[in-house]
Design a binder for this molecule. Structure first.
Ligand code: ADP
Ligand code: MG
Length: 596
């Protein structure tokens, strides 16, 4: 890009989505990397220190900035990428707002070195808090280096909002992984506190980058996708269901070379993966979507992380179809192999029928029909003005009291999932899975609290490759993890060796288990206390305890109820779903119109 830099007119400025460009070190790295890519760089080095707070350096071999345009570049609303409002309709560059350099220079100490192909010498320009301090000739190679020091040095109040260097650095590392995947033709080198953390060589296939960023496990479980519909194409890789995660952090997609987040694309993915994943599990995908430039509006958000699709329906249809197709093709190969080899992946992940049933139960409860009438009944029964919730609870408490246990009549199991129990003039329904989950959860939390965890040694130890953000989550809580019974050591680079994990795995592989705990934690605020780690570990363990329908004998069901009785809050599972619901005799009689 050699276009000259101009100031935008007032009308265009007013049409640009307003908002703060620089929120944290990550925003600066993102803007500078986008500038390097817009300048046609084939090699970009990114260096950060102290999570980018004390230093960010981005060096590229792109077009460079002409000496006489450097000052202009640092003014507000100056850009070489668009000229007027009509250009906003089909933006082909990553940047267009003309605000990044000026915003960065207003809150930090910035040094720029640059040279274009045609100029003999380059330029060195320093600007601190919008005040120019140096403008000189400099012997530098073609391209641009921007060094940003001491972010928010002149606005301490904003500096206070930054998180720890580890966390801020983690955000940047996470972004760097995405950028490397986004531009596989560009050679990136990413350095943290003086050492190279990530590197790509510009000639690699996305799959090589997937391997170097996410490790062999992920790479080996990716399926290729390629599909087009008219002028739209989608290609990339989608994870087999075994790679499913507990959060959406690994739903990675690029639209016209832009890493974005989109609810619509997420639901298109959900749609395609629905038959393969359990509730609250999300796919691992890396997709590249190309659309005509005028089909998307990138002028929606200052950080450009969201786009608006002119018509999202065909885009989503294309994605859903492409992913479905890839998964379906996979089904066939697996089932052919299956005759002699291990069972197909698919059978493990078909959604549990009880999940649907559970949702229906919840729905009925939420509608309030039982609750309301029950309340009426209980009120007349008790003839007391206590609040309804308390009264309900009262009768459930009665159900689980020592005194009432001998009077339980266990009728049997329904849909292989629910236990029906009659007590006096009420019918109680226990969700066996929720009950199990609850009992296991409480037991585990108690053990963890009392530092009484039975560590389970894994032999041979497993080696996990962590993404940068997972690594951040782990390192911030390493002590907690150890206290909870994990034995984890660094194994060089982003690999970690796990030789012990707490408690039973209930069918999860140690790798899945560990990733799930990290995923659960990554959605939380950084640091966090011991209780949070503990809660997550317990949640993951217990969630995995309830896979599949299991037929219990009435005696086993009784034992489960006995265990429930000992808990402080037996009424809700760790995810907040009810464990026990009930119908009164009166209620049932009303439904049969025996009474009115
Ligand atoms: P924008 O990218 O939205 O145009 P910026 O403030 O980020 O706004 O940059 C202003 C201008 O400075 C760009 O339009 C571009 O012409 C020039 N520029 C910035 N960074 C570089 C770079 N690394 N290489 C070449 N030109 C650059
Ligand atoms: Mg820019």
């Amino acid at each position: 890009m050699s276009g000259d830099i101009y100031a935008l007119d007032e009308g265009t400025i007013n049409r640009i989505a307003a908002g703060e460009v620089v929120e944290r070190p990550l925003s600066i790295v993102k803007e500078l990397v986008e500038n390097a890519l817009d300048a046609g760089a084939t090699a970009v080095t990114i260096e950060i220190r102290d999570g980018g707070i004390s230093l960010i350096r981005v060096t590229d071999n792109g077009s460079g900035i002409k000496k006489d345009q450097v000052r202009t570049a640092f003014l507000r609303h100056t850009t070489s990428k668009i000229r007027n409002a009509s250009d906003l309709i089909s933006i082909t560059s990553l940047g267009f707002r003309g605000e990044a350099l000026s915003s960065i220079a207003s809150i930090a100490q910035v040094e720029l070195l640059s040279k274009t192909k045609d100029e003999l010498t380059g330029v060195r320009y320093c600007i601190e808090g919008s005040r120019e301090t140096v403008f000189d000739d400099a012997g530098v190679p073609q391209g641009t280096t921007v060094i940003v020091r001491n972010i928010f040095f002149n606005t301490p109040a904003r500096r206070k909002f930054l998180k720890t260097a580890v966390t801020e650095g983690g955000y940047i590392s996470d972004y760097m992984e995405k950028v490397m995947l986004c531009a596989p033709d560009t050679a990136f080198k990413y350095m943290v506190n003086g050492s190279v953390k990530l590197q790509s060589f510009g000639n690699s296939s996305p799959l090589d980058i997937i391997y170097s960023v996410y490790g062999r496990d992920v790479m080996e479980n990716m399926l290729p996708v390629k599909e087009n519909m008219g002028p739209m194409t989608v290609k990339g890789f989608i994870g087999k269901p075994v790679l499913a995660r507990a959060s959406r952090s690994f739903e990675i997609y690029f639209v016209n070379g832009r890493y974005i987040k989109s609810k619509q694309i997420s639901s298109a993915l959900d749609e395609a993966y629905k038959p393969y994943l359990m509730l609250h599990r999300y796919p691992f995908v890396i997709l590249y979507l190309e659309l005509p430039y005028d089909e998307i509006d990138v002028n929606v958000h200052p950080s450009k992380m969201e786009v608006r699709f002119l018509d999202s329906e065909p885009v989503c249809r294309l994605i859903t179809e492409a992913v479905r197709q890839a998964l379906r093709n996979q089904d066939m190969t697996v089932s052919v192999k299956n005759e002699t080899e291990k069972p197909p992946v698919i059978t493990e992940v078909i959604p549990e029928p009880f999940e649907v049933k559970r949702r229906e139960t919840l729905f009925v409860r939420e509608e309030g029909s039982f609750e309301k009438k029950e309340t009426e009944k209980t009120l007349s029964y008790e003839e007391s003005p206590k609040d309804a919730a308390q009264l309900n609870l009262f009768s459930e408490e009665r159900f689980l009291s020592e005194e009432s246990l001998p009077r339980h009549r266990i009728i049997g199991q329904l849909f292989k999932t629910y236990w029906l129990i009659e007590l006096d003039d009420e019918l109680f329904i226990i969700d066996q899975h929720a009950a199990h989950e609850k009992v296991n959860y409480e037991r585990l939390v108690k053990q963890l609290h009392e530092k009484n965890v039975t560590s389970q040694f894994i032999n041979p130890p497993i080696i996990v490759t962590l993404s940068k953000s997972e690594e951040t989550v782990l390192l911030e809580r390493l002590e907690h993890f150890r206290e909870c019974g994990f034995e984890i050591e660094s194994f060089g680079g982003s690999e970690y060796r796990i030789s012990a994990i707490p408690t039973d795995l209930y069918g999860l592989t140690p790798t899945e288990y560990f990733h799930d705990v990290l995923d659960e934690l990554s959605s939380k605020k950084p640091g966090g206390d011991m209780d949070e780690v503990l809660h997550r570990i317990a949640t993951v363990s217990c969630k995995s305890a309830v896979k599949g329908n299991t037929v219990l004998s009435p005696d086993e069901a009784k034992a489960l109820i006995d265990e429930l009785m000992k808990l402080e809050n037996p009424y809700h599972c760790p995810h907040g779903r009810p464990v026990i619901i009930k119908f009164s005799k009166t209620e049932i009689e009303k439904m049969f119109k025996r009474i009115v």
